[in-house]
Design a protein around this ligand. Sequence first.
Ligand SMILES: *Cc1c(COP(=O)(O)O)cnc(C)c1O
Length: 248
Amino acid sequence: MPFDQAQLLEQIAQIQQRIDQAVQRSQRDPASVRLIAVTKSHPMLRVNAVLAAGIHDVGENRVQEAEEKIALQTPAALAETRWHLIGHLQRNKARRAAKLFSLIHSIDSLKLAEILNRIVDEEAAVIPQPLPILLQVNVSGERSKDGFALAGGLRNPAWREFVAEVRAIAQLPLIDLQGFMTIAPYSDDVAGVVRPCFRALRDVRDALEQELDRHLPELSMGMSGDFEVAIEEGSTFVRVGTALFGAR
Ligand SMILES: *Cc1c(COP(=O)(O)O)cnc(C)c1O
């Protein structure tokens, strides 16, 4: 649907206000929550509109699509844009992804992290070291979701194995593990389904900070339908598409 800049500014202001209110309700620092505008399937025109509106965090779920959009940016615009990869990353696209994105939210195996670590070593001239990443965790148990399979979070029987894998990833010298990402089920049941999912990821993070004795500050959780709940549960990155741009 067509959408002009004035409308976009209004949508952004509304989302920002809802973010601020959720931040206040949960007595958090406003600077600790950042809005990522999810521009997948939207043309570069719309990415430029978002940037002009002062949002510099942009999310894409496919490497190819991001690459095409990034190629259209001027060096000055590119320097001001943080591109986030929020979709599944295939191993054969890891090299391109490492060169394009400021933060990859979707690392889902030790193997993929090891591959990235090697790539960062090989591409020292063009990829910053260490490379920031988040681990995607499927705490809901939905079969359609990517990520480390850890339904129920801490209570999952595979918890110790997961801890061992995260420890190994955290020890990779050229990777900077900053936290975790999840996608909640699409559900009206906030109290029974959505909130417990976000809470489970936060509990996973808190437990791993203890286990690894290091700070893991970032929690990427919350989309158009559930970002306020996610903020109440500790989200530091909300990934919003539909609520900004309308349906894809
Ligand atoms: C598409 C997408 C979003 C944004 O979803 P909306 O419901 O449009 O806000 C967020 N996160 C991921 C991983 C996505 O693929």
